[in-house]
Ligand binder design. Sequence first.
Ligand code: ADP
Length: 533
Amino acid sequence: MTLIIKIESLLLNLWLDIQTMQKKVLIQPLFRTMFKTGIFPYLISVFFIALTTLLCYPLAEKESYHLVSYILLFVVFIMATFMRLGPVLLAAGVSSLIWNFYFIPPHQTLHIEKPEDILMFALFFSIALLNGVLTTRVRRQEELAREREERTNSLFQLTKELSKAGSIDEVLAIAIQEIKNQFSVNTFFILQDGNNILYSTGRLQKEKKLNSTEYNIAEWSFKNGSEAGAFTDKMNSGEYTFYPLPGTKLVPGVLAVKLDRKFPEEKKTFWLTFITQISNSLEREFLAEVATKARFLDESDRLYKTLFSSISHEFRIPVATIMGASETLLNSSHPMNIQSALFSEIFSASLRLNRLIENLLNMSRLESGLLSVRLDWCDINDVFNKVAEDLKDDLKPFSLLVSIPENMPLVKIDFGLMEQILYNLIFNSTQYSPVASEIKLISAHENNELTITVEDKGPGFPESELKNVFSKFFRVDGRKTGGLGLGLSIVKGFVEAHNGKITVENIARGGSVFTIKIPSANPDINNLLLESE
Ligand code: ADP
């Protein structure tokens, strides 16, 4: 009796060991792959029963065949925990026969003498069978639950990753990586061009080139919304399998996979859910891209039309002036005073034309990103004097008040760009302020920052328009024009090229003030020395 208890506890320990061993990540996959394929598991099951029989053989003589039946049942049970049903049933059948043949008296015959042994044999066979069937079923259910959990987790992970993507390229990169992690296959995407024509994205895997047959298969899969290519029943030539990407509003494209065998049926639903998830994200980005493109086209169209109408309108006036005045001068002789009036008209019309062209050129420099900023230590006095000189005729009817602190240091700016900034602002003041009013040009330098303000006593800006003042083609309705509505947006662009900021405010008692703030370190000896090195 003690022997039986000892053997039982030994077997129990062995069983627990096997359970722990099974759970070990390294061993489990090995066991699984070993036992899941072909006839190998059947051979293994017979081998284990034979081995157990051999080990228990000494007990045959001791009439301990009941104990042997427990041991065999236990071995069948263990097999059921990691083998499929077929090998387990074989083990149950073989172990019953072997038990009968070698252990139930009379030995080495299938004949059973005692009726209770016949009953015992029938019980053994039924228990072995039930044991095998139930254990494999429980195990299968556990496997299914685990698989379901793993799939839910990986879908959650995919959704989480995809939600971070902000462009089609990012969705594709995440999708390819996640598919590789989950299904261990290499994939690439072929996206449509927005007009329902498939083309190789070239965005991610430039080396992926499809030959014409493969392209046809991809196109077929895209058009028919059905998988095609290798290992499918549609156009199964070529090495890729193509899966259409399902979408609600549009089909973003197809997914190409290089498989080495048919996709396992049991994974198919999971695979299709995975693709649908990716496709949804792609579709979302696709639609966003199409909307952005449409907005961009709309915007460019609008800007083009505005520019075109402004140019044709604003250019026509000075050109007509020049043509008219020069024609009058050419066709008849006039007294000197009329001649000089006509020349001065031609001159100011040319200046106006020149300003328009300057603004257009500056705008295109800003838009193309070709604007280069050459910062140098400048005396702000020189810049102010230059602008006042350039605008001396326009400033004649006004009083220009310039204020520069005594201790104003040199400032690091681009002389040419700053001249253009102040030119545009002061020129505007001369255009919109009442004659004889004061225009103030003030500079200050504090905390490594240069501040310049241009203040006038003009009409200011409608409060609701203040936020649009620096937009391209901005004009206050009903106010006289003379430019293209580009001057202030150029000013903003040039200030920002200095890493600075410009703001505009209305003054309560009338007029407006533009404030420019540009970072400008003190030109102390250390800074100057550092630069001369
Ligand atoms: P433009 O080259 O046509 O003058 P700007 O961008 O320089 O274009 O100016 C845009 C519009 O802002 C002008 O058409 C005018 O209506 C208004 N504006 C600009 N400067 C002033 C100002 N100092 N006072 C009042 N209105 C101004």
